[in-house]
Ligand binder design. Structure first.
Ligand SMILES: C[S@@+](CC[C@H](N)C(=O)[O-])C[C@H]1O[C@@H](n2cnc3c(N)ncnc32)[C@H](O)[C@@H]1O
Length: 186
């Protein structure tokens, strides 16, 4: 998908798409840095054009062990065509808790490109509750953000007993971005 069509998708729904350009390969590498074949199955939230999906495959996650949860129908259709073995769900990630994935097998990682900082707090809460419902006890939630500081308010982290740690970032993205790992507090 071209940067122009991504921009047009942003123009049609800026708060939903959350960025004017697709993620760069550098950001895709940064957010998947800790992913390995052992992370499978993996859930990706807001895969958009599939830049991060491509990086997940390069990290060794088999395509059929990927669930791609994308709200924008145009992006979801293109993901189905590009990654035919992946499980593409054209739905709102806040409702993922009600969906069975991978025959009930817990995911090792959730990788999110959702524009969490633009979402209402109750939606952020629902996204995290859904994600951790599907994650294994030691599973990790990865999120990139364009802002300084964690992408999730401290009140929500405390309420769900989670902790967020910055694990990387890149200036080679428009705009520059940081990557956070969010895990259950031990
Ligand atoms: C910042 S873009 C991610 C871009 C992606 N990394 C790429 O390079 O194409 C955010 C994505 O999240 C999707 N999205 C936004 N809200 C969503 C929701 N509630 N559930 C699922 N996907 C959502 C948007 O449609 C968009 O594809």
């Amino acid at each position: 998908m071209s940067s122009l069509s991504f921009f047009l998708a942003w123009f049609a729904a800026p708060a939903q798409v959350g960025a004017v350009m697709p993620s760069s390969e550098a950001l895709a590498d940064a957010i998947t840095a800790e992913i390995s074949p052992a992370s499978a199955p993996v859930i990706e939230l807001g895969p958009g054009t599939g830049v991060v999906t491509g990086a997940l495959l390069r990290r060794g996650v088999p395509e059929e062990r990927l669930a791609l949860v994308e709200l924008t129908a145009k992006f979801a259709r293109r993901l189905e065509a590009r990654f035919p073995a992946a499980h593409v769900l054209n739905m709102d990630a806040t409702r993922l808790r009600d969906v069975e994935l991978f025959a009930g097998q817990p995911a090792g990682a959730v990788v999110s490109g959702l524009p969490l900082v633009l979402m209402p707090l109750w939606d952020v809460l629902a996204v995290l509750q859904s994600a951790f419902h599907h994650l294994a006890p030691d599973g990790c939630f990865y999120q990139f953000t364009y802002r300084f500081g964690p992408p999730i308010p401290r009140s929500i982290l405390a309420r769900l007993d989670l902790e967020a740690v910055r694990i990387g970032g890149t200036f080679a993205n428009v705009p520059p971005a940081s990557v956070y790992r969010i895990v259950r507090r031990r």
